[in-house]
Design a protein around this ligand. Structure first.
Ligand code: ZN
Length: 190
């Protein structure tokens, strides 16, 4: 089932995700729905907050992006990226490493808003997968950027928080408009 997305201005996007205990049938259903929603929205990542759930859960899939490569290694050995997509990260812990790189980033909760964001080129990740198994991997390229973006969501941090002040100031009218629109829609839905 494709779930409705939450947009900037919705307070759930500022909530820190609660850690997930057992992978219950309802969590399994949420994971499947989040993957479906990410695919339908053509996103490379989706955090639980973006479908209204403040949980430590995110899904990723970088297969659709051909011009921005990704790398993945497990136990120091290169792993098959395709085999691990879509990727489900439950209760992730991350350690960004490598160089600082600036690149354009967008977010499904900010339609048509893009900005240059500085991230680390690689990231070490430990997370529980959809089967409940804890594992560790290192990723680079687009996947590393996406993991850092999604991890931020799970803490209630948004990509606009990481934009340079002048860039964010330039976008203020668009951001304010989106926030107002979201708030008006939430009020109407009540
Ligand atoms: Zn996002």
């Amino acid at each position: 089932m494709v779930l409705p997305l939450t947009f900037y201005g919705n307070p759930v996007l500022r909530k820190k995700g609660v850690p997930i205990g057992d992978i219950t049938p309802s969590i399994r259903k949420l994971i499947a729905d989040m993957i479906e929603t990410m695919e339908a929205s053509r996103g490379v990542g989706l955090a639980a907050q973006q479908v209204g759930e403040a949980l430590q859960l995110t899904v990723l899939d970088v297969r659709g992006v051909k011009d921005r490569p990704s790398t993945l290694s497990v136990n120091g050995k290169e792993a098959d990226l395709e085999e691990h997509m879509p990727m489900v990260l439950i209760n992730p812990e991350i350690q960004p490493t490598g160089d600082k790189v600036v690149a354009s980033e967008g977010c499904l909760s900010f339609p048509e808003i893009f900005g240059e964001i500085e991230r680390r080129s690689e990231v070490d990740v430990t997370a529980t997968n959809a089967k409940g198994k804890r594992w560790t991997f290192r990723c680079g390229g687009l996947l590393a950027r996406a993991v850092q973006h999604e991890f931020d969501h799970l803490q209630g941090i948004l990509f606009i928080d990481r934009m340079e002040r002048e860039v964010k100031a330039e976008m203020k009218p668009e951001l304010d408009e989106l926030q107002e629109k979201t708030k008006a829609e939430l009020k109407k839905a009540k």
